[in-house]
Design a protein around this ligand. Sequence first.
Ligand code: AMP
Length: 489
Amino acid sequence: MDDLRLDRWADDDHPHEECGVVGVWGSADAAALTALGLHALQHRGQEAAGIVSLAAGGQFHAHKGRGLVGDNFGDAQVIAGLPGRAALGHNRYATTGETALRNVQPLYADFEFGGFAVAHNGNLTNAHVLKRALVRRGCLFQSTTDSEVFIHLIAISLYTTVTDRLIDALKQVQGAYSLVALHNGALIGARDPMGVRPLVLGRLAQGGFVLASETCALDIIGAEFVRDVEPGEIVLIDDAGLRSVRPFGKTSSRFCIFEYIYFARPDSTVEGTPVYDTRKRIGAELARESAVGADVVVPVPDSGVPAAMGYAAEAGLPFELGIIRNHYVGRTFIEPTDQIRNLGVKLKHSANRATLEGKRVILVDDSIVRGTTSRKIVEMVRQAGATEVHMRISSPPTTHSCFYGIDTPERGKLLAAKHDIEEMARIIGADSLAFISLDGLYRALGRAGRDPASPGYCDACFTGDYAIPLTDQQDNSERPPSLLQAANQ
Ligand code: AMP
């Protein structure tokens, strides 16, 4: 899901958004289970949440609001207003400005075949081009999110069945999508041909199915994990059970490597491996690659914690909570201006002098994006009495923007896009700085290293290897010159 304002079509600095999605089929508590699933996926989006339910007789009900899941769905009356045995929900993450309610998903439309709701995690890379074509042929967009192109492509499709229309739409979009959709006949889950964003399938103990961005959403409702929805797969769930369709033929996975590093919850299992274990292995690999004399390993909480544990164990150093995080402040990135962002970091973290004073400290964080967090934390740790501060990062340098659904600023704002490691160390004020190597990261994921011919993951933010075409970025097409002006010349 990406912001699709027409005036930003040629703008490289549009906001990118992550999101969490949940779909439930076959439970009398469908809306409540969806709300719980969204709550477990709150880390994927904190700006707004929405649920659409399907009641007996094909009637759809919806509730959406800005803010957290608990703020919007904590009230039993709200859930009671979402009746039915099927529901889907969405957490929205946006980084700039206010979120108009019309952009809050699931998106819903009435078609000739009945109601249809869709919730999308990911980012389409040809949405601007598609939107322009759709608007020119008369489609009236209600929102500024790229996800709405799914609705219009389905609406204008000449195919008869909903599934055919959806496949027709998916064949026209490029980019990353894990989506859940709901119509009167079925709950549908779909992943883009490269499976960039996650989507898992679960089974409810009392019967019925769940689709969700991560396994932590299954755990909270006691659903059994069945399997990942595969790249390029569409699953159709109805009262007869589950069917799988592969309209794209055989596809090769380019799952987002940053989900492992930062985005997924550590208690989720991705591709059969707990994210927590992977992060610890990344930390251990980082310790092998960039050992330095120190007294203590300190994570930048929360995202740096498992990697710091792995680092400390491998280096044989004590692991201490030298920085305490205030959990009642949102993620740094949500703050819209640099000034507020700086303030945000101070609001969010404080140094634990007792563990830092007089120590040579290794700080472990998962990534450096703009460098704002690292600079503040290093300063804070020095002020608390650390004698040396060595920064270790459990990802390679983020040198490129993501166009597939992870929030990164435009390339010019990425510290690693402009500076080498020595300069970066100076800018953040660390005695030394090291990032895990790309091969080291792949080793931590169980591979021999990165195979450039077939990496198996999307690592474009570290390599610039954009496996899915960036059609909108390359699109310079203009409207034809004015006929009136031409006639007057
Ligand atoms: P920065 O302060 O700009 O260098 O951002 C780095 C910090 O932001 C790290 O502590 C990361 O844990 C966190 N981070 C990295 N990527 C993202 C993202 N896509 N959304 C929110 N936070 C992020």
